[in-house]
Design a protein around this ligand. Structure first.
Ligand code: PLP
Length: 394
């Protein structure tokens, strides 16, 4: 393929938003849709749908080393989080949780606190690198006698920072608290064994599965009051007919490179090379959480104070799909609570761009991105510096 043609191909650098659908996952989902059947029905069609769901459940149970009934399928990571964050949650040998402790950098789905009332939620701060302050967590655990549920994400969706879950778990054990982790971004990208919590949320579409499927993983004996009651599906933990096609696709995606923590080594070095090269193009660039343990595929950068929504449009026109650092919903860019918690000034945070790649082709993708920065962002930055007032040249 010629250079000009290759240049016109789009480059998808937004895997943390959603990973491209893995072909085997699409095939499995289509086959399950075509087969039909309600997994609660006793006839052959129903039993076949049930077999699809149970096979997927066993596959996840094996990965996490939990009994099969410790896997509850949900509509995604958000619902898994909402289900986990409930008063009454407990692990064996502890009292039902009456309060919730979360880190300041959690995804909105956790920061909202699930079914806890705002008065029962404590937010624990993070370092400038975005890692939870374990002393503050110990203090929060010790200052109130009431049993606690702690929710700390395995890896952050904006910065990629990987939290010290083992230390967090040790504190929870010491204080007889239950630990939930939102592993939506970490699952498949760090060793499964590092997702050490009593409750774990995962989502299919971050590993190449279909949108609309996720799971809450419960270690043996962990009790969670159902969020959705109804027909008693999912062993009474989640009512509603299972999304068989999406669950079939989820199971097939477990075989994708994106779900294999050992498949990302090269991505990590491609990301690190990109970050080193970035300083040649933009000497005053900033890379957030650079000194923290990070996911291999994520880089959150700031290359000046051009508002991210303007940079995103310029990059999109160059064929590059990236995200702003800030949470993006309904097409609007809100300020990032993650960067605010890390002490980053609003104007810098508002310019942050999140680049997230897949396990294959990262070198080429980062190279295209770097070229687009030179072509699109650097001139905007120069124009904005040469003008007076907050005009950004677009
Ligand atoms: N938690 C984290 C860390 C995420 O990044 C996301 C999605 O971006 C979610 C939860 C929500 O997952 P889902 O889209 O499956 O509801």
């Amino acid at each position: 393929m010629g250079g000009a043609e290759a240049q016109s191909e789009r480059v998808y650098l937004d895997w943390n938003a959603t990973a491209p659908l893995w072909p085997a996952a699409r095939d499995a989902a289509v086959a399950a849709l075509a087969a039909g059947g309600n997994p609660s029905s006793v006839h052959a069609e129903g039993r076949s749908a049930r077999a699809t769901v149970e096979k997927a459940r066993r596959a996840l149970a094996e990965i996490f080393g939990v009994p099969a009934d410790g896997v509850t399928f949900t509509s995604g990571g958000t619902e898994a989080n909402m289900t986990a964050l409930s008063p009454g949650v407990r692990r064996p040998g502890t009292e039902p949780a009456e309060r919730l402790i979360v880190s300041a950098v959690e995804h909105a789905a956790v920061r909202a606190g699930g079914r806890f009332s705002p008065a029962d939620i404590t937010i624990v701060g993070v370092s400038a690198d975005g890692l939870i302050d374990c002393d503050a967590l110990a203090h929060a655990l010790g200052e109130d006698e009431r049993p606690a549920l702690v929710s700390v994400m395995a890896a952050n969706n904006e910065t990629g920072a990987v939290q010290p879950l083992r230390d967090v778990l040790a504190l929870c054990e010491e204080h007889r608290a239950t630990l939930h982790t939102d592993a939506v971004q970490a699952f498949g990208r760090i060793a499964h064994g590092d997702l050490c919590a009593h409750l774990i949320s995962i989502s299919a579409h971050k590993i190449g599965g279909p949108l609309g499927a996720g799971a809450l993983i419960r270690r043996a004996g962990v009790v969670v009051p159902p969020l959705i009651t109804g027909g008693g599906q999912e062993r009474g933990v989640r009512g509603g007919t299972e999304n068989v096609a999406a669950i079939a696709g989820f199971a097939a995606a477990l075989g994708a490179p994106a779900a294999d923590p050992s498949a990302w080594q090269h991505t990590r070095s491609a990301r690190d090379n990109f970050e080193a090269d970035l300083f040649n193009v933009v000497p005053d660039a900033r890379i957030f959480s650079q000194d923290a343990p990070r996911l291999p595929n994520t880089s959150l950068i700031s290359v000046g104070s051009i508002p991210a929504e303007i940079s995103l449009i310029g990059l999109d026109m160059e064929g590059i799909a990236v995200s702003s650092g800030a949470a993006c919903s309904s097409g609007s860019v809100a300020s990032s609570h993650v960067l605010a918690a890390m002490g980053v000034m609003d104007d810098v945070a508002g310019a942050a761009l999140r680049v997230s790649v897949g396990p294959e082709g990262a070198d080429v993708a980062f190279e295209r991105f770097l070229r687009a920065i030179s072509k699109v962002i650097v001139p905007m930055k120069e124009r904005s510096i040469s003008r007076t007032g907050p005009t950004y040249g677009l």
